[in-house]
Design a protein around this ligand. Structure first.
Ligand SMILES: [Zn+2]
Length: 195
């Protein structure tokens, strides 16, 4: 591997890309590249927390630490309604829609309060129940599968313990959460999932 080329490459990428490399993609980096990345971050005078976020991502996470990070996320205001009355949890609602006899599926992932969680599932179920059936032969089969899937995942996000989806989200974003853990606005940005 050509270290000089990598140094040059890091100098050309944007701050955003550099931060994303350090905080969400670090575990995919080869270890000889890490000091070059750190040097570039230091030379740009970026937030020193980025290096802490990077370190956090590289360390093995114990179950207790994972739950602590989940609690930080769960205590945020709901990104959809702003409510702080109950703990947030992660969910994923599947939609099945048939158009001209073809059946399509997509999912919406979210971290939300119980009320908003319910709204997402209800809206996915209503849409699926109205529009899922009309495809052949998969429409009816996938419609029933979707309703069963949504009700199973919904149960996981209705409890106050962090759902499997939330735990995965926290693991994937641990570097970013470490950086923003004392910054409510930054946390809010992280937990607002847009897909
Ligand atoms: Zn809400």
């Amino acid at each position: 591997m050509n270290i000089e080329l990598i140094k040059k490459h890091y100098k050309t990428i944007s701050n955003e890309k550099l931060i994303s490399l350090a905080t969400t993609e670090a575990h995919g980096l080869r270890k000889e590249v890490v000091p070059i990345l750190m040097e570039e971050i230091r030379s740009r005078n970026l937030d020193k927390n980025i290096i802490e976020g990077f370190d956090r991502q590289m360390k093995k996470l114990t179950h207790e630490e994972l739950i602590n990070y989940c609690t930080i996320v769960q205590n945020c205001p709901c990104p959809y309604c702003g409510s702080t009355s109950d703990k947030l949890n992660g969910g994923v609602a599947k939609n099945t829609i048939s158009v001209l006899l073809f059946t399509f599926q997509n999912t919406k992932t979210f971290i939300a309060c119980r009320n908003c969680n319910n709204k997402f599932y209800n809206s996915a179920n209503t849409k699926t129940a109205l529009l899922g059936w009309w495809g052949l032969p998969w429409g009816p089969i996938k419609t029933i599968g979707t309703l069963i899937y949504n009700s199973k995942i919904r149960r996981e996000s209705e409890v106050t313990a962090p759902s499997p989806l939330l735990q995965n989200f926290v693991k994937e974003n641990i570097g970013k959460i470490e950086i923003e853990k004392n910054n409510p606005k930054g946390l809010q940005r992280i937990i607002t999932i847009t897909e």
